[in-house]
Design a protein around this ligand. Structure first.
Ligand code: G1P
Length: 293
């Protein structure tokens, strides 16, 4: 069995990025010259995903367009002899199959994932949340797929250690580490954004999941949870009661680009990792920006 489909919910209003998000989708805001969503889709594609299901809303068409071919632009670039740009634009338009489904009301992450049921069918699938960009030697989604593969294709939640005072920002898992794999836990429960004193552990998900199709039954049964929304976390918790669910501590870095500081962090980091810009950006920081300290 191969995990071929990934669901990426993109229907949110991106209020933390207002006023830019009054007219553009948050996911299109670029880190250097690539939209944030590109990095998330790239992670999925590098993990072997062949089909991306965007759960979308009106006003998000520019995201689909970004991953589509743009023959007019390609012709323009070809005509001008801009070979490199032409190749890049064509490659992005061919990188993956995109299917979109609409979430007509924003009733929470759990509700968004449920919208993809008809397209996912009975297959085990990946979920990637666009607010987080991860960088791993092996793409984080690939690490989770490998973990699922080793554990009878069961659901796997990607987790990382967070400071205790941050548990309120995440879904937190609890469980027991496997004897022969110290990075993987057999999960017993998952709780959405607990206060630090109530958090069972400090293992948090930044929004990377492998889920079996049984999640859809759970998503239909859960009541509204934290924040009055249908929470994916509550459905995963329900799944834990019936089936084996695993959490895997992934290797790699993660940037919370849903937040302005996280976004600035990612922008600086990506610029400093880019051979083309590295030297100049470092020079700018050293010679110009340190004075603001
Ligand atoms: C969602 C999930 C939460 C997860 C987080 C990661 O929350 O509900 O469990 O830890 O994404 O970014 P949100 O940040 O959308 O409120």
């Amino acid at each position: 069995m191969k995990i071929k489909k990934a669901v990426i919910p993109i229907a949110g209003k991106g209020t933390r990025f207002l006023p830019a998000t009054k007219t553009i989708s948050k996911e299109i805001i670029p880190i250097i010259n690539y939209p944030m969503i590109y990095y998330v889709v790239k992670e999925a594609v590098e993990a072997g995903i062949e089909e991306i299901i965007f759960v979308t809303a009106s006003g998000k068409e520019e995201i689909e367009n970004f991953f589509d071919r743009n023959l007019e632009l390609e012709a323009f670039l070809a005509e001008r002899g801009k070979k490199e740009d032409f190749e890049l634009i064509k490659k992005i338009g061919e990188m993956v199959n995109i299917i979109t489904v609409r979430q007509k009301e924003q009733l929470g992450l759990g509700h968004a994932i449920l919208m993809a049921e008809a397209v996912v069918g009975s297959e085990t699938f990946a979920v990637l949340l666009g607010d987080d960009i991860t960088l791993g030697k092996t793409p984080v989604t690939k690490q989770l797929i490998n973990c699922s593969l080793q554990n009878s294709f069961k659901s796997v939640i990607g987790v990382m250690e967070v400071p205790k005072e941050h548990t309120r920002r995440y879904g937190i898992v609890s469980g027991k580490f496997l004897k022969d794999d110290k990075q993987t836990l057999r999960m017993t429960a998952m709780v959405e954004k607990p206060a630090p004193e109530k958090a069972p552990t400090t293992l948090a998900t930044p929004g990377r999941y492998i889920l079996t199709a049984e999640i859809f039954d759970a998503l239909k049964k859960i009541p509204r949870g934290a924040g009055g929304e249908y929470q994916l976390t509550d459905a995963i918790n329900m799944l834990c009661e019936k089936d084996e669910v695993y959490a895997h501590v992934f290797e790699g870095e993660r940037f919370d680009t849903g937040d302005i500081i996280g976004y600035i962090d990612a922008t600086i980091e990506f610029a400093l990792r880019d051979e083309k810009y590295k030297k100049q950006v470092y020079k700018l920081i050293e010679e110009k920006y340190l004075k603001y300290k």
